[in-house]
Design a protein around this ligand. Structure first.
Ligand code: HEM
Length: 167
């Protein structure tokens, strides 16, 4: 993995990102701001499933409210995330936090899409089944852990010790 990351960091696009001072800062700022939008949207959808938020509204209305923010937000996170990764592939690919984050992101997105599809079948003003509520609680943890893992990348060795791929 490290050999591939070192090769990638020598490619034209990677060198261009590394050597453009303002670009990395713009990517980081956009990534950080959009992280807030995505995390909030994902958590608010799951809170509706738990019956702790917007309970007077049918799930479909809550989904219609937050799905565009979630969709555009995740798309922007993937784009700025890939660009940041290309800007310093060795740092990212050798971080245990980075790979854990990718797994948690996949679980959060597929879980939220799954619960949204199930939510369309729940008649308005009726409660979600217990299994959906347990899944919603898991999704809240995923959406809240994601930004933490993003921040932990910078301290990977200090946090994971010998489990860090940076060791
Ligand atoms: C919606 C999901 C995501 C959330 C909530 C998220 C959140 C974050 C946060 C809070 C940071 C720390 C920012 C900072 O300290 O300046 C971060 C950094 C980062 N994220 Fe994400 N991120 C997400 C998706 C992604 C994706 C899809 C990728 C890659 C394809 C990615 C790659 C990165 C990279 C490379 C960094 C910089 C880490 C470093 O070198 O210190 N992120 N992310």
């Amino acid at each position: 993995m490290r050999a591939f990351a070192e090769w990638l960091s020598g490619t034209g696009p990677s060198v261009a990102i590394q050597s453009t001072f303002w670009l990395i800062r713009l990517l980081q700022a956009t990534h950080l701001l959009t992280a807030g939008v995505v995390t909030a949207s994902g958590v608010l959808v799951a809170l509706r499933v738990l019956g702790w938020h917007r309970t007077a509204q049918p799930f479909a209305a809550v989904w219609r409210r937050f799905a565009p923010w979630l969709a555009w937000g995740v798309a922007l996170m993937v784009a700025t995330g890939i660009a940041q990764t290309l800007g310093d592939p060795v740092r990212e690919f050798t971080a245990t936090s980075f790979w854990l984050k990718m797994v948690v992101l996949l679980a959060a997105v597929t879980g939220t899409l799954g619960i949204a599809r199930a939510g369309q079948r729940v008649p308005p003003a009726t409660d979600f089944p217990v299994a959906a509520k347990v899944m919603a609680a898991g999704l809240i943890i995923c959406w809240l852990v994601l930004p933490l893992l993003g921040r932990m990348i910078a301290y990977d060795r200090a946090i994971w010790g010998s489990f860090s791929l940076r060791s």
